[in-house]
Design a binder for this molecule. Structure first.
Ligand code: ATP
Ligand code: MG
Length: 406
């Protein structure tokens, strides 16, 4: 079996081979190429030790020498090249606490989580698939390499990875693997918030966000997202899942739908998952506006768009459209027509360049002070008042007019 791999990846493999080492593309990239998906990144595994890898290439970065990883630069692109290794306990997303280098590709493949992620390839040896990864692809199965309970005990995050891959690929979790998850899901409480966040986000951004229900059935959300279990009990989950499925695969959109308009909950959960402030603020704002219907008139639209900013306003409309689509019929939460009309009016407002923010006012704080106002809090309050006037009457955003209003 011959697989297409990028020239640069092949060049790296060739250079290592010429220096007397073994080298293969490995893991997610091999899986994705076989499936006809575009890999996120290309990982290379090799018998060479980090210093030996560095000697083979002119430009390298010490990404994780301790863990055996060197990034090899080819032009602007970087490729992670990692020494064959056996992992100790994991402490964060990518790095086990301690690793042991080994000399055999098979041992390196043994440490990997699922059969579909444990295949290696180079042009010389072809596909190395010792655990039946290809067969599991044909059967659309996520199956642990080795004994599932052992593998999940070593690293509990793998349970979330199982559900995430099943959502990304539309695969079923093999029975023993699933049983082990059911049994060991409570161990997820030991996993760092950052690692949980990455997997939950990938699950939600996948083509099957409603697989969050699987995470619930396996007892995963009970540990990492008990807020979801409450929604299941309150009978809200089905509607939310439909909206998730109807929405674009975007982080802000999917999380906002997940929290179903509860800005407080969004903030609490996203903080707990150690999200960046930008994401937290945006999801909180979107959540707060979600169920405050915008009437399709210009003033109402300008007011909401001013609160959210132009980009988030469009995101909000997309979210509402997804909810409208998912709740079509008797319990419709939004009217598709109303959203379309709002979208059209907003685009007109944006094109015309109506003022929507303090910094777009025709007067500045400096202008107010020149007119005799004392610098301080009051300047800001007056500007805010002027913005409210202009949101109602955009044509009044001129310096002459506004200075008569202070
Ligand atoms: P993607 O990059 O699309 O999220 P991936 O399969 O490439 O998926 P990565 O997290 O990039 O996943 O890891 C690369 C490879 O490293 C995996 O395919 C798997 O072989 C191995 N791997 C990653 N995380 C673990 C883990 N927690 N336990 C065991 N093996 C892992
Ligand atoms: Mg990857």
């Amino acid at each position: 079996m011959r697989i297409e791999i990028p020239q640069k990846v092949d060049n790296i493999i060739e250079a290592l081979t010429e220096a007397g080492f073994e080298a293969y593309a490995v893991g997610g990239c091999v899986r994705d190429v076989i499936l006809g998906r575009i890999p996120n990144d290309w990982d290379i595994t090799t018998s060479a030790k980090p210093l030996e890898i560095k000697k083979c290439f002119s430009r390298t970065i010490d990404t994780g020498i301790k863990h055996g990883t060197v990034t090899v630069m080819m032009g602007k692109a970087g490729f992670e090249v990692t020494t064959y290794r056996i992992d100790g306990e994991y402490e964060d997303a990518r790095h086990p606490k301690e690793v042991t280098f080994c000399t055999d590709l098979h041992e390196d493949l043994l440490r990997r989580d699922f059969t579909i992620n444990a295949m290696a390839y180079n042009h010389k040896d072809g596909l190395v698939d010792i655990f039946g990864g290809q067969q599991d692809m044909d059967r659309k199965l996520i199956r642990c390499v080795g004994e599932a309970t052992e593998r999940f005990t070593e690293d509990a995050l793998r349970m979330m990875r199982a559900v995430r891959f099943s959502a990304q690929l539309g695969y079923t979790i093999e029975e023993k693997t699933g049983e082990a998850i059911r049994q060991l899901a409570p161990n997820l409480k030991k996993i760092s918030a950052e690692r949980v966040r990455e997997e939950l986000t990938k699950l939600l951004e996948s083509p099957n966000p409603s697989f969050i229900e699987k995470a619930h059935e396996y007892g995963i959300t009970k540990i990492v997202l008990p807020e979801w279990d409450e929604k299941v009990e309150d009978g809200k989950a089905l509607r939310i899942m439909k909206a998730l499925e109807a929405s674009d695969p975007d982080k802000l959109i999917r999380y906002t739908i997940l929290f179903d308009g509860d800005a407080e909950e969004a903030m609490v959960v996203l903080r707990r998952l150690k999200f960046d402030n930008d994401t937290i603020t945006k999801v909180r704002k979107l959540s707060a506006s979600l169920y405050k219907p915008i009437s399709a008139n210009e003033v109402s639209i300008r007011k909401t768009a001013s609160l959210l900013g132009r980009e988030l306003f469009l995101t909000l409309l997309k979210i509402q459209a997804a909810i409208a689509d998912a709740t079509k019929g008797k319990q419709a939460l939004f009217s598709e027509e109303e959203i379309k009309k709002t979208d059209m009016l907003f685009r007109m407002i944006a094109k015309r360049g109506d003022c929507l923010a303090l910094k777009e006012l025709a007067v500045t704080g400096g202008d107010l002070i020149e007119c005799g106002m004392k610098p301080g809090k009051e300047v800001g309050e007056v500007l805010q008042k002027l913005l409210e006037i202009v949101l109602e009457h955009p044509e009044q955003n001129t310096k002459e007019f506004l200075l008569t209003q202070i």
